[in-house]
Write a protein that binds this ligand. Structure first.
Ligand code: HEM
Length: 297
């Protein structure tokens, strides 16, 4: 493969990185080498949760997604990128872990539901990269990404974390085989969220948001559960051709000097002047059921 010298040098570092360097290796992968595909993968993992009826029901009941689809979607991405960029144990990272633990305290969900949502953030972007990015992830990157989400899970008190990427993928596939199904809640959430993706597309492509998401997800059972139109040969070929062209350009360009995400910086119309960590997080935070009657506290 003929690639730009700066990309080749970074690839070599990503191939030879030691296990102990997992945080740096994952940061480099997510913010530089494979940044665009990683971000797309995170988008796709977000939609996947809507195809699990119990998770969709919990999200629908809290109504944050329906009421503030833009903020919910961007804030979720910001939480993840803050953790990757600043580090799990940095001040900003700790604030994000605290946010995650606070908002989920009263969310109904099994241990497997939490593990699944966490692993969508690992498996979906990696699979997208393996199928569509300008290069394959290295085995050090697979290990680093797995370790990152395992460390995050530990900080969220999630037990039973898989020991390797392969184990994570097995859990992910088994969970989906048993749990994906259509639900009204899931389809409402998808409808509310499509506009976020639409807003990032060039104007002429906006009406194609749903078929495009469906083609990127490329899984008929999943897209049926989300109420999306089925991908077809034309949409698949168009996506493949577009990505091939993009990859050919990416391989010839030098590595970006600026990271894909900078903590606190303006990155969207939602926070045009930047943001501080305390602006991030849902307005509706699930509460434990209200007490009724005269019972003692
Ligand atoms: C470890 C796995 C999970 C991660 C990493 C995660 C991530 C997040 C993030 C980043 C937020 C904050 C969004 C914001 O800032 O507006 C959030 C909120 C929320 N999450 Fe999760 N989540 C996980 C598991 C789950 C599960 C399993 C459920 C449901 C069963 C769930 C339901 C919710 C709800 C109800 C909120 C409050 C905001 C809303 O209603 O959308 N989460 N989650």
């Amino acid at each position: 493969m003929n690639i730009n010298a700066a990309l080749a040098a970074s690839l070599e570092r990503q191939e030879t990185a030691g296990e102990e360097a997992w945080a740096t290796t994952f940061r480099q992968m997510a913010l530089f080498d494979l940044a665009a595909d990683m971000e797309l993968g995170f988008f796709l993992s977000y939609y996947r949760n809507f195809a699990i009826p119990s998770i969709a029901a919990a999200l629908h009941t809290n109504a944050e997604i329906q009421q503030r689809p833009m903020k919910r979607s961007y804030d979720t991405a910001i939480v993840i990128y803050e953790l990757i960029s600043s580090g799990l144990d940095s001040e900003r990272g700790k604030a994000m872990v605290e946010l995650l633990n606070r908002v989920h305290r009263n969310v109904p969900g099994s241990k497997d539901d939490f593990l699944y949502v966490l692993l969508t953030l690992l498996v979906v972007p990696i699979r997208w990269i393996q199928r569509h990015a300008w290069r394959q992830p290295t085995s050090s990157e697979l290990m680093a990404a797995t370790r990152f989400f395992s460390e995050l899970g530990t900080r969220m008190n999630i037990t039973g974390m898989p020991a390797s990427y392969a184990e994570a993928a097995v859990f992910f596939d088994r969970y989906e085989a048993a749990n994906i199904a259509p639900s009204d809640h899931g389809q409402h959430l998808m409808d509310a969220t499509v506009q976020v993706f639409q807003s990032r597309l060039p104007e002429p492509l906006r009406p194609l948001a749903k078929p495009l998401i469906s083609t990127m997800l490329d899984d008929d059972r999943l897209t049926a559960a989300l109420g999306l139109p089925r991908a077809n040969v034309i949409s698949r070929t168009a996506l493949k051709t577009g990505l091939k062209l993009r990859n050919a350009i990416t391989r010839r360009r030098p590595l970006n000097q600026q990271p894909h995400f900078t903590p606190g910086k303006a990155g969207s119309s939602l926070y045009p002047d930047g943001y501080s960590p305390d602006q991030i997080g849902p307005v509706n935070v699930p509460h434990s059921p209200a007490r009724v009657g005269n019972e003692l506290p």
